[in-house]
Design a protein. Sequence first.
Length: 365
Amino acid sequence: MENLVNFLKRMIDPFSGTYKGKKVLLTGDTGFKGSWMAIWLRELGAEVFGYALPPYTPQDNYVSTGLSSKITHRDGDVRHLSDLLSFFKEAQPDMAFHLAAQPLVIDSYQNPHYNFETNLMGTVNFFEAVRQTPSVKVAINVTTDKCYQKNEWIWGYRENDPMGGDDPYSASKGCSELITHSYLKSFFSASNTAHVASGRAGNVIGGGDWAQNRIIPDIIRGYKAGTTTSIRNPQSVRPWQFVLEPVYGYMKLGQKLFNEGKSFSGGWNFGPAAYENYSVGDVVNQVRKLLPEVKIDAPETKEKLHDAGLLKLDITKAVNQLGWKPKLDFEKTIAFTIQGYQDELNTKNNVYQCRVNQINNYCGN
C-alpha cells in the first residue's frame, strides 16, 4: 500500500518538485481553470494565493471543492490596481499566473466596455504588480486561441502569427498579448527581472465549469432539468481540450522559466494534436453516447454575431521545446469531462478528492 501511495504522489508531480514549497499567486482562482490549477498546485506542496471575484454560482468548482478553506484567497477585481498590488505585497509570491478575465465572446458583445477594461487593464495591472514585487521570478499571462487574427484557413495558428480579433472578446485577448509583449520588452528583459510568458489555449472543458453560454455546461444544466438544450454553430470547429491539458502546459512553462530562465519567455500555444479537428456537433454526438438521456437541438442561429468558424493551434513549439504534449484524445477528453460532472452531481462524493483523482488519472495517460 505504501508503494502505491508513493507512486500516486509521483504521478501528480511531472514538474520535478519545482512547485513544492513555492508561493504561487493566481488571479482568477475562483474560475474554472484557476480552481483546477489551485488544486494541483496545492497537491504539489505549493502555498497558493488567489485573487478573484467571488464565484458566480454555488456549483462552481471553487465552491464544490471547498477551496476557500485550503488556500489563501482575497476577493478582488483585477481592474483595481491598488488592491491587487496590496495582495502581491502581502503574498510575496515566487511565481504568478494571470487567469482572471472576462471569458466569453457573447458577453463581450453585451458589455464591451467591461470586457475591454477587464481583459486589457487587468493585464496591465497584473504586470504592474509583478514589476513592483521583486520576489516574483516567473509571471505568466493566460490568454486564448482567439487572440490571433482570424484567417479561416486550414492551418494551425503559430505563435508568431499576428494578433487580431473581430469580436470584442478576441480583440481584447489580442491586446492582452500585445501588452504582455510590451511589458516583456520594456521592463522584463534584464537578467534580474521576472521571466515573462503567455499561454494560449483553446476551448477548455471539464467538470466544475458552470458558466453560461458554454456548450457542455448548457448541456449538463439541461440534463439535470430534463429540458432541451439549443446549440449555436454546430459546424464550428474548435480545439477542444480537457481542462488539465492547458493547465499542465502553463505549469510546465512555469517550471522551465523558473529553472532555466528567459529563453522560455514569449508566447506558447497549448492545443490538441493537429489531427484532432472536431466540431460542436461532434461534441454533441459524443456526449449523447455517454448520456443518452440528454435532449439537444441545434437550430439555425438568427443573430449573426461574429465568431470564427475554424480555429486550430500549432503546438509544435511547446512539444519540441517544453516537452509538453496533449495526453487525451477527443473521446477521452469528453469522457473525462462527463465523469467530472458526474462526480459532483453525486452528492455523496468528496468533490475535492474526485478532482485529485482525475489529476492522477490524467497524469497516468
